[in-house]
Design a protein around this ligand. Structure first.
Ligand SMILES: *Cc1c(COP(=O)(O)O)cnc(C)c1O
Length: 344
């Protein structure tokens, strides 16, 4: 990567090993279920997540949408966080395309939903009410500073869901970051869930794709919704070949990204003009302190002049995301640049 791009881990290029595997991939028509590389990826993903079956999908947003549309009927209600990705960043797809009503609960700073809040949100059986169908969690939680949700909490939500006859979906776009941070296998983190999505195309470096996992029956129904949404792909083995390397190889190195994020966060915290939010995995959020002498746009421009790009979300502040293409030298260079910018 010829510049330091830390706006997101989605900017990651495929590795040289991925490009070779893509060029050599065995392919077939995946809408017919005949792409051997896609089938291998789906089997590997299902096994890794401890689910019966899996479906390769073009994006995480489509994976979440397919899951919600497979689980919910039109008019059903999905309980999810007010800072969750499906609610904020997926263009209202669940409502627009699925007719699903989001019932948002306040996300706690640790990315969780309060169990009592969930209990109170579940609808009684009453002709006036929509039917509560599903709870969705997010792990790691993007807007909550990339915090990983612990297995015990997820188990408690799973238990609550079962008690009320609700389904549980986990948006695990960065589930392997949670695994790296907590030292708990992904299969254990998602065991209570009826379905889970994870992204191959973020810190795992694959160019395209996410995987949706669940029971064999759920995936059979999900495959139809994927087709309905226009997500049926043909010789997708070219993409799945990179996905297999993402799953087998790249999941094992995410701790390195977390260590570099920790070093960046510690360096940022030394700059008194910045307010740095707690860092847990590969995401660092920060804001300018009220007495900062540097304007935010000027900071972004000064960084850009040195080939460094970071995320900016308006009043949500700034975001740095570490990934495969951010090495120790990039961390040093970024901290040095920020040191100069705020030296005034
Ligand atoms: C990135 C992301 C997604 C899906 O992203 P796509 O760009 O559609 O692949 C879903 N959930 C979370 C938490 C994410 O960070």
């Amino acid at each position: 990567m010829n510049n330091i791009d830390m706006r997101s881990d989605t900017v990651t290029w495929p590795t040289p090993e991925m490009r070779h595997a893509m060029a050599a991939a065995e392919v077939g028509d995946d809408v017919y279920g005949e792409d051997p590389t896609v089938n291998r990826l789906q089997e590997a993903a299902a096994q890794r997540l401890g689910k019966e079956a899996a479906l390769f999908v073009p994006s995480g947003a489509m994976g979440n949408l397919i899951a919600l549309m497979t689980h919910c009927q039109r008019g059903d209600e999905a309980i999810l966080g007010d800072l969750s990705h499906p609610y904020i960043y997926e263009t209202g797809g669940m409502s627009a395309l699925g007719g699903i009503q989001p019932r948002t609960l306040r996300n706690q700073p640790d990315g969780t939903l309060d169990l009592e809040d969930i209990r109170l949100a579940v609808r009684e059986d009453d002709v006036h009410f929509p039917i509560s169908r599903l709870i969705a969690l997010e792990n790691t939680h993007n807007r909550c500073n990339g915090v990983p949700l612990k297995a015990e909490y997820i188990a408690a939500v799973g238990e609550l869901a079962r008690q009320h006859g609700l389904l549980l979906h986990i948006d695990g776009a960065r589930i392997f970051n949670a695994t790296a941070a907590l030292g708990v296998p992904a299969s254990e983190l998602v065991a209570p869930a009826d379905s889970v999505t994870f992204c191959l195309s973020k810190g795992l470096c694959a160019p395209v794709g996410s995987v949706l996992c669940g029971s064999a029956d759920f995936i059979r129904r999900a495959r139809r919704i994927r087709k309905q949404l226009g997500g049926g792909m043909r010789q997708a083995g070219v993409l799945a070949a990179a996905g297999l390397i993402a799953l087998d190889v790249m999941t094992e190195r995410l701790g390195e990204d977390h260590a570099r994020a920790a070093r960046l966060a510690a360096g940022l915290a030394e700059i008194s003009q910045l307010i740095v939010h707690p860092q847990h995995t590969n995401i660092i959020r920060f804001e300018l302190a009220p007495d900062a002498k540097v304007d935010g746009q000027d900071m972004l421009a000064a960084l850009a002049a040195e080939g460094i790009r970071i995320g900016y979300g308006g009043y949500w502040g700034f975001r740095i995301v570490t990934h495969y293409w951010i090495d120790d030298a990039a961390v040093d260079k970024t901290l040095a640049a920020l040191g100069r910018i705020f030296a005034k």
